[in-house]
Ligand binder design. Structure first.
Ligand code: MN
Length: 232
């Protein structure tokens, strides 16, 4: 059974994670393990020894220190413990070519860790964008994405050029790391997904785990577990 590490939020003295991620991984045939934080490099290495794949989950903003910017007035809450842990973890996983699925904040962490940058607040970045912080049920897709037809994501999501997704972000990927590619954008040209060719390493800006009854979105989790199990 594919063992998938899930990062989580840290609020005051509690670890917190919505139930959707673990449910999706279990439904796909994987074994989800929530990862408590640590600064200890040897514990991070021990996590990586155990894990077959890494699921970087959603959450609060990333400290702009990591992409060499000063904080904008519109930056939200940041969590130094979570940032430090996730950057170390994702770099270790990438080095070992462990499959990575990165969702929302997770995609931003992946992007920044490997040399990319993000918009601190898309609503004050000086360009037009659609509403990306939806006020609608979590499962409900509120905006369109356009997929890159040569991408892994396009094949995972049933080879459809356009899809509708949910949206809960005010930050977004700006510049991507070397050797990554943009594989989906919203109609306002914001980057909604990135991927890497060499092994399964995929980031999406929306929350597929919340789109529970959407069989196409579920393929993100199924393909992630299958790539570890060597199926398909
Ligand atoms: Mn969006």
């Amino acid at each position: 059974m594919a063992i998938i590490g899930l990062t989580c939020n840290y609020v005051e003295d509690q670890y917190r994670i919505t139930h959707y991620y673990a449910k999706a991984i279990m439904a796909a045939g994987g074994l989800p393990i929530i990862l408590p934080y640590t600064k200890e490099a040897n514990i991070i290495e021990a996590y990586l020894d155990v894990l077959d794949g890494l699921l970087l989950t959603g959450g609060i903003d990333v400290d702009p220190y990591y992409y060499h910017e000063e904080p904008s007035p519109n930056l939200g809450f940041i969590c130094p413990e979570r940032d430090a842990f996730e950057f170390a973890l994702v770099l270790g996983a990438f080095k070992r070519k462990k499959p990575i699925l990165a969702i929302c904040r997770g995609m931003q962490i992946l992007n920044i860790a490997l040399g990319g940058t993000i918009w601190q607040d898309i609503n004050h970045a000086g360009f037009f964008c659609h509403k990306h912080m939806q006020e609608a049920p979590k499962w409900y897709p509120t905006h369109e994405i356009i997929l890159e037809t040569e991408s892994r994501l396009f094949h995972i999501l049933g080879q459809q050029g356009h899809l509708r997704v949910n949206s809960f972000h005010h930050q977004a990927v700006k510049d991507i790391p070397p050797a990554f590619r943009v594989c989906a954008r919203s109609q306002d040209q914001l980057i909604e997904a990135i991927e890497y060719d060499d092994f399964y390493c995929l980031g999406v800006q929306w929350h597929p785990e919340c789109m529970e009854n959407d069989l196409i979105q579920f393929q993100l989790f199924q393909s992630f577990v299958n790539t570890i199990d060597g199926v398909g």
